[in-house]
Ligand binder design. Structure first.
Ligand code: ZN
Ligand code: ZN
Length: 100
């Protein structure tokens, strides 16, 4: 089957982009039924966003370590009545727990 370059409109930025013959062959080889909805740039930035969302900057909360009493920051909301530990104490406890 022969493919020809096709011009598609990006759903995100509205720009025309080329869905090349090579890409079309790749898509049908992979069994993708839909044509790409976004231009390569928008696809790349979407991907970046997704990667970033996984480990983006998180809200830090100031807490006092239950073990050593020094103030530290944790990336979660500390719950009332539950001990929180600074990184050092947390690591210490973890290594203690995993030590056999
Ligand atoms: Zn775009
Ligand atoms: Zn501590």
């Amino acid at each position: 089957m022969d493919y020809e370059d096709k011009t598609l409109k990006c759903r995100d930025c509205g720009r025309d982009f080329t869905f090349t013959a090579g890409e079309q062959a790749f898509y049908s080889e992979k069994g993708f039924e839909n044509e790409p909805a976004r231009c390569p740039e928008c696809r790349a930035s979407k991907k970046r966003e997704r990667n970033f969302g996984g480990r983006g900057p998180r809200q830090l909360h100031e807490v006092v370590c239950d073990e050593c009493g020094s103030s530290t920051q944790v990336p979660f909301v500390p719950r009332e009545g539950r001990p929180v530990y600074c990184r050092d104490c947390f690591d210490k406890m973890n290594s203690r727990a995993s030590a056999k």
